[in-house]
Design a protein around this ligand. Sequence first.
Ligand SMILES: N[C@@H](CCC(=O)N[C@@H](CS)C(=O)NCC(=O)O)C(=O)O
Ligand SMILES: N[C@@H](CCC(=O)N[C@@H](CS)C(=O)NCC(=O)O)C(=O)O
Ligand code: FES
Lengths: 95, 95
Amino acid sequence: SSLEETVKTTVAENPVVVYSKSWCSYSSEVKSLFNGLQVKPLVVELDQLGAEGSQLQTVLEKLTGQFTVPNVFIDTLQLYNKGQLEPMLAEANAK
Amino acid sequence: SSLEETVKTTVAENPVVVYSKSWCSYSSEVKSLFNGLQVKPLVVELDQLGAEGSQLQTVLEKLTGQFTVPNVFIDTLQLYNKGQLEPMLAEANAK
Ligand SMILES: N[C@@H](CCC(=O)N[C@@H](CS)C(=O)NCC(=O)O)C(=O)O
Ligand SMILES: N[C@@H](CCC(=O)N[C@@H](CS)C(=O)NCC(=O)O)C(=O)O
Ligand code: FES
């Protein structure tokens, strides 16, 4: 489906993607975690996308087996190629 | 309003009340916390009450200043009178 293609493209083009809900504390914690690591994720707030948000949540479950948020995609190869992987791991280890 | 009266009565009649959302992980953590302490809270799942759920959330903010869930009421005097306060504190300290 075209929404599946959208998700696959989003995840391919962005080293870190967080599918989130804006009022969800678990989602907030993941977003601050990446803030603290100076990696800037692409954040998709599913609750702010109306009907498309719940459709996306269903597509994510189909693609990953996970229905819940936060749903986090990390492309370590892309991060490595951008020189961002080792700094991120170093900072994470320092915490 | 009558919904305000409902909340005040609920909180007066039950030593522990948790206003919750059934799919919210923070709410789940609070509910398990009380499980582990053998205190049985009255749980109100706001997301399962349709329109009344969001009305309750607004009333709770009016009464307590807190809009978010989980919203927890603990009547320590009632717990003490039921002989439940000291066991609960002892178990909480043991964790
Ligand atoms: N243990 C999981 C919990 C995930 C979870 O239960 N997420 C909740 C929100 S905190 C959820 O997505 N509920 C269904 C929904 O909001 O649609 C994690 O850490 O990610
Ligand atoms: N620091 C607060 C966070 C409370 C919070 O942000 N709750 C979220 C859900 S995790 C909330 O109620 N959001 C608005 C809503 O769901 O209506 C706590 O620990 O209780
Ligand atoms: S932690 Fe409350 S909605 Fe996610």
